[in-house]
Design a binder for this molecule. Structure first.
Ligand code: FES
Length: 327
């Protein structure tokens, strides 16, 4: 049987029952992947025509208009079909792995945000904007985004301490310099697209600043010249952090513009309201932009809706919502 792959316009002859990601890789079709286990989302493909077997659901299902996306690593081919792979010129392959790391620094950034720096025993390859699972103990595991670059030699994470949070409570009270942490990753598909040369809209809510810092640092490290418009939303003045890093990045990348938006109260040199309101005030159209959105789910959802309405193509919105968990 045959699968036709868009947009590279290739026809692959494959045996029935073969895994889609294996088939793409065996034929040297450029495709991103990481975990091979249906967790990271980087291998997402669109089924344009035909049926496939999605092992995550253990059923063969006809694919309707709303249900066309599959994870290639979890998909088996049962008949000839047409698939569309995303951005073949932006392929990212960092095989997910588990690395042991040691806590080298713990710093308070605000009343409830801690910056954790880890030294991994082996380098962990990742793209700017990705995240990893941190396992502090077998019972204390959470995903956090890297704030730096893999060339740093250290891994930096920003953690907001949640009231009564079991894992963040452990981080606040028990974690100390010298402790071992298992880092598993990288995960996530909201990574920097390096081939894009147009303007970038970066929206960070709270500790969503961490992956956005990584993305901006990645732009600078790659020598990209893109204009970057960063909207950093926080609840109130005491939640603002990282301004000194942003100032330093502006010196390196003068095309970076930073808007700090405070939801309630006033703060000097900041705007008041929601990030969506600030973006709508500043722009009449976002045609040609790519959008990187990181933070709490309501902010990410509202901003996704807005930027779509303002002209950003849905496939050029890269979003990671942080789901807080109190358990
Ligand atoms: Fe398929 Fe991670 S490689 S979901």
């Amino acid at each position: 049987m045959e699968i036709f792959v868009r947009p590279v316009q290739r026809t692959l002859n494959v045996a029935a029952g073969v895994n889609l990601l294996d088939a793409l890789r065996a034929h040297d079709v450029p495709v991103s992947y990481s975990c091979l286990a249906g967790r990271c989302g980087t291998c997402r493909c669109k089924i344009v025509d035909g049926n496939v077997l999605d092992s995550g659901r253990e059923v063969q299902r006809p694919l309707g208009a709303q249900d066309q996306y599959v994870l290639a690593c979890q998909t088996f081919l049962t008949e000839s079909c047409t698939i569309e792979i995303p951005e073949p010129d932006e392929v990212v392959v960092h095989t997910a792995r588990i690395v042991k790391a040691t806590v080298v620094a713990l710093e308070d950034q605000t009343h409830d945000i801690k910056r954790i720096r880890l030294r991994p025993s082996k380098p962990l390859d990742f793209s700017p904007g990705q995240y990893a699972q941190l396992q502090f103990t077998p019972d204390h595991i959470r995903p956090y985004s890297m704030a730096g670059l893999c060339a740093d030699g250290e891994l930096e994470f920003h953690v907001r301490l949640v009231a009564d949070g079991r894992v963040t409570g452990y981080i606040a009270k028990d974690l100390k310099v010298g402790d071992a942490v298992r880092v598993s990753g990288p995960l996530g598909s909201a990574y920097l697209r390096r081939k894009h040369e147009g303007p970038m809209l970066c929206v960070a809510g709270g500790t969503g600043l961490a992956p956005i810092l990584s993305i901006i640092r990645g732009v600078i490290a790659e020598g990209m010249q893109n204009p970057i418009h960063l909207y950093f939303g926080v609840r109130s003045e005491r939640d603002i952090y990282g301004l000194e890093w942003l100032e330093a990045l502006k010196l390196e990348h003068p095309q970076l513009q930073v808007h700090v938006v405070v939801t309630s109260g006033q703060a000097s040199a900041c705007r008041t309201g929601l990030v969506t309101e600030a973006i709508a005030q500043d722009w009449s159209s976002l045609d040609g932009f790519r959008a990187y959105l990181c933070g709490a789910p309501p902010m990410v959802e509202a901003t996704t809706l807005l930027v779509k309405q303002m002209g950003v193509l849905p496939e050029q919105i890269y979003a990671d919502a942080f789901y807080a968990s109190g358990t």
